[in-house]
Design a protein around this ligand. Sequence first.
Ligand code: BG6
Length: 474
Amino acid sequence: MEWKNREGYPDNFLWGAATSSFQIEGAATADGKGVSVIDVMEKKADITDFSVASDHYHHMEEDVALMAELGLKIYRFSIAWTRIFPDGNGEVNQKGVDFYNRLIDTLKKYEIEPLVTMYHFDYPQALVEQYGGWISRQSIDDYHSYAAFLFKTFGDRVKYWLTINEQDHVIRFSSRLGITEGSYIEKMWLGYQANHHMCVATARVIETFHRLGMKGKIGPAVSYSWIHPSSSNPADVLASKDAALIKNNYLLDLHCKGIYSKAFWKYLEERNYTPKINEGDMELIRQNPPTMIGVNYYYSETAEAFPANDKHPIGYHKETPLPTAEAGIFNIIKNPQLPATDWGWEIDPAGLRLTLRELYERYEIPLIITENGIGAYDKLEAGDVVQDDYRIDYLQKHIQQIQLAMNEGAEVFGYCAWSFMDLVSARNGVQKRYGFVYINREEFDLKDLRRIKKKSFNWYKEVIRSNGEKVWKN
Ligand code: BG6
């Protein structure tokens, strides 16, 4: 719809930016930190590892001062589980606790609200070795104990908690589960079992959050790509709906409604992917829905029908980590209407508006955008200048669409751009930069790790200062 009147962002809207521990902290073995699945992941020859990253661990005060200069109202970061419990359970590492206490206190000093992700891909390797990690039911207890420890230790200052980041991606990128062997099918089956355990674990953590009388909000951060049909052919429309179910909605149906929808369960059954569900699991999940949903949105996708045939029978799929084609269901194709980033991610601000409306209409749970941004090959020019106009353009158009979605009824209370500073991309190294702050390092040459404000830094500062009005002006 087009509107004659546009309401502004509410005064208490939480303008923010996000990062995750392993992508910025570095200090991978410092001060008693234990090993995570990220530390032992197979390395690609042309991409750096995460051992130094942006060295935030040693630049924390300077980085938070920059956040304050930017005017952030909220900062999303994750706690590295293995800094707190090096073995995933058991002994606490006080130095890890001290680091996050200092970070939270520094944020508070500048009146920046901390938004804590309890677990963002960096699962303790020791738990994988002890019992297989998330694929074992034992994982539920350890995650719950870790989360309860965080509530008790930091809960006096932290109001907003994200339980698990992009659970759907964790189960599909098997290295993030610590699984290194097995066929694609076996890995997917284990992935859905792990997924079930993560849902039960999340529900237990939410139950404890309420039992401890914690103030604030809690929920998962989910990845969500809006899925368009490739044409008005009803078969393509059905393909887009089914792709949305398998890629996006199944998970929030679980978290928010406590159900495996009938179509999704049949999908799992036909592929022998059904997880083992214990008595009481579904009841526990149903009784403990999240009180907020974190939305990670970067791009939309476009699906066409993919009829099964002799060559591609039902069950055939492309063996890509994220589902891109399954015979009898859908095939993801390029959308000729949309520009794309250097990594082929299709830029679609309206897709974010559609996503927010859809999520709020389906679940009626307050939303916060926990990631949104563009990865690019930024260039550092003479005089410490980074002219990232493409980032300004991307963010501006997305922030406009959020406001429109809110005008249309979606309850959104905050926005965290990805990312506050340059970091090591989850899959593409340092060369794919996302930040408002440039980190002076290359893939393998650490240079001086100097912090440099990009053009987008000053632009976003104005967006925050004007409470969003800046995005409607050039
Ligand atoms: C999300 C993750 O999947 O997307 C982040 O939560 C990640 O950790 C971001 O960095 C962008 O993906 P990538 O692969 O470009 O780093």
